[in-house]
Design a protein around this ligand. Sequence first.
Ligand SMILES: Cc1cc2nc3c(=O)[nH]c(=O)nc-3n(C[C@H](O)[C@H](O)[C@H](O)COP(=O)(O)OP(=O)(O)OC[C@H]3O[C@@H](n4cnc5c(N)ncnc54)[C@H](O)[C@@H]3O)c2cc1C
Length: 445
Amino acid sequence: MKSQKKIAIVGAGIAGLSCAYELKKAGFNVTIFESEDTVGGRMQTIKKDGLIVDSGADFFVDRYDLLHSYADELGIKWFNAEEGGKHRIIREGKPHYINLSGPLDLLLNFKLLSLRARIRFLWWGLRLKLIRAPLNFFHLSEVRLDLQHIPAATYLREQISPEVADYVADPFTGIMQFHRVDEISAAALFSLMRMMTESGGFNITYTEGGIAAIPQAIAKILSIKTNTEVISVSSSNGIVKVKHNTGYELFDAVVIATTGNITKNILKNIPISAGPMFENLSYAETMTTSFNIPVNLFSDGTHLTYVPFVENSIVSGYDNQIRKSTHLEHNGRSVLNVYLHEDAAKKLRTKTENEIFTTIISELKKVCPEVKKHQSEVKPLFLKYWPLAMPKFRHDYIPDVTKFEKEGQGEGNIYLAGDYLNSPWTEGAARCGKRVAKMIIDRFS
Ligand SMILES: Cc1cc2nc3c(=O)[nH]c(=O)nc-3n(C[C@H](O)[C@H](O)[C@H](O)COP(=O)(O)OP(=O)(O)OC[C@H]3O[C@@H](n4cnc5c(N)ncnc54)[C@H](O)[C@@H]3O)c2cc1C
């Protein structure tokens, strides 16, 4: 009987919650252990000065089928971002808009790149469309094996153009993954780019109540032990022992859904096939800094701005939150989230809040004409440092996960879930949780 099977989930981030939610729907007895006093992990929403701040994950896109289905099931409204939001890349202090009507517009008007680079970029775009193998950004293990092994930067610099690498690919990875293009595989970058450029692919969506609305709603219908830090998980004869800060409990199966480095420490016996994966796993770190701004600071309708590293080594981009939803306005004010390049985040984290905000404002003036013009209207609001912001989907890492998923997942009734398992972003992590739930359901049917 499924209902008699006791399953534990370690970690109430979206991977653990989606796994627990699916198992509960299938009739299992599920307990979740969460070390913090809140759920959601890297999906956090706070309120400050009447403004809503998403300090970790910032937006969804309309390709997030699973999260949208959860929002519908849980009665959470989600909506598309305001129409007409512009995306732009900065070069020599000037914004270049990337909302282009098609290849001809790109060829004639995309002055961010030289004509030669534009032609090479178009050629690459065409090749990307012609790649028949799946480019599934939310499960990179399904992407063609040769692409899993190729570093994107090498491919772009050698086969396309160094300018495309520096002014298009590097800023994209900078703001989307928080690290340089040199540390991402072709499998991950091409899958991300295809998702972003496919028709209807990259329309930003948002849930009422902030990014944390879905994890919080799932948590309400599950049994969660917060402030309970799991110390170790071990298995003997198929029974799994979970040791935590207030004792230990036995389960029929356990899903560890913490970040990979913590998972590695919790696991008493690491499956042989997981060894290389943990050895090659690393995370990009970042700092989200939020500013209180006038709601109409960006009169051109800018939503997201990408700042290439070659342009500014501190600010990697900024996101005008009001474009996500009009709910994000309070008394004529809204929020600007500013992201930092990884090395800058590492250096700044030891400084005081005041020093950090002062540095960022002075850098922002160089890459944001609106902040330069209205600096006195831009006020520090909130900042959060993320030491484990995003797994690095490097060419030497993705194949290791693919191998673990084939050979080690579920060994001794211990399963792993999380974005680091070739499952980027909130949607990838949620899909990973659901995949693992399905394995457990099949195992005990
Ligand atoms: C600044 C930032 C911006 C981002 N922007 C976006 C975005 O715009 N869109 C998007 O889709 N994604 C974005 N992401 C990525 C996204 O947030 C993550 O990929 C996703 O939330 C990962 O979920 P997870 O469940 O795998 O891990 P986590 O959310 O990290 O969850 C792990 C959980 O385990 C708990 N835990 C840890 N150790 C223990 C222990 N010993 N015992 C019990 N519990 C433990 C943690 O407290 C946490 O709750 C962003 C991330 C960051 C940091």
